[in-house]
Design a protein around this ligand. Structure first.
Ligand code: LER
Ligand code: MN
Length: 289
């Protein structure tokens, strides 16, 4: 298992000005960096590619469906817009050397419609993700779909449904992003849910239950890490969090109080905690900060 950190600790959407963050992440000591690829036209592909290659870091990307678009909608033009956006995300990811694109790859974060998902939306999701996964297979980039909490989506909240989605799409390149923060809200037993992801587990977001520094709250880290090891998970444990200073993300993720001194503190302290877990056999016994 390897470590990673999402640049959302320091920026709202990855762009040219954020390239120095890649070196910062390497210096802090992470094995990989996660790029928030939201505004594709702001990415300087050549310079970013060089910075990534120079860093030697593994690279993942996180992606969301922009407002007004949707892979699950019964509105064909919304589906097409979302598909075009995701195909463009795959293309740029290929150029950057991204190994996996992860996130709620179905409808916009925060889109709630006052009812549960319906059969038509499920079928559209399967169809859309199959098309995307076909392209992901050609490019050899893994797609990891993330169940998120009920206040952020009505479409996919639990791992059991994510497994069903993966089974129905049936692609070697479509799997699950398990996020400890969302699992803590939605799963009756977050660790059992993680285990059930089985071979579909492609990526992990290691977030504390309040989105703060891993190890400072009540996520069952010992059991989570032990389970990841027992599953033979070799992917990244990527810290994803948000700080009030990045206003657009703070608003989207409902961060209304500081959860650490700043992004650097969150990254450094979180990494220290995760590393102890990753290198220990069985129970870590790590003390909470
Ligand atoms: C959304 O709450 C989340 O956890 C992110 O991974 C979305 O980019
Ligand atoms: Mn996440």
């Amino acid at each position: 298992m390897k470590t990673g950190v999402n640049l959302m600790l320091w920026t709202g959407s990855f762009s040219r000005k954020d390239i120095p963050l890649i070196e910062k992440v390497r210096k802090i000591g992470f094995d990989s960096v996660e790029l928030p690829l939201f505004n594709l036209s702001a990415v300087d592909v050549r310079s970013t590619k060089k910075a990534l290659a120079d860093s030697g870091l593994g690279v993942t990307a996180c992606s969301v469906i922009p407002a007004g678009m949707s892979l699950i909608s019964t509105n064909a033009s919304k589906r097409k817009a979302a598909m075009d956006h995701m195909l463009a995300t795959l293309d740029i990811s290929k150029e950057l050397g991204v190994e996996a694109i992860a996130g709620p790859l179905y409808s916009p974060v925060g889109e709630l419609v006052g009812r549960a998902r319906n059969e038509a939306e499920w079928k559209n999701a399967v169809k859309s993700l199959r098309k995307l996964a076909d392209r992901a297979e050609e490019l050899d980039i893994r797609l990891a779909v993330e169940p998120i909490n009920r206040f952020e989506t009505y479409f996919l909240n639990i791992c059991e449904d994510a497994v069903r989605l993966c089974k129905e799409v049936s692609s070697s390149h479509l799997g699950i992003l398990y996020d400890t923060f969302h699992a803590n809200i939605e799963e009756k037993d977050p660790v059992a849910a993680l285990k059930k992801c089985g071979k579909y587990l492609f990526h992990v977001h290691t977030c504390e239950n309040d989105r703060g520094i891993p190890g400072t709250g009540h996520v069952p880290w010992d059991a989570t890490m032990k389970t990841l090891k027992s599953m033979g998970y070799k992917g990244y444990c990527t810290i994803e969090s948000f700080v009030p200073a990045i206003k657009e993300l703070a608003a989207a993720a409902a961060i209304w109080r500081p959860l650490a001194k700043d992004g650097d503190d969150l990254a450094r302290s979180g990494l220290k905690y995760l590393r102890k877990h990753i290198s220990s056999n069985g129970r870590c016994g790590c003390r909470r900060r």
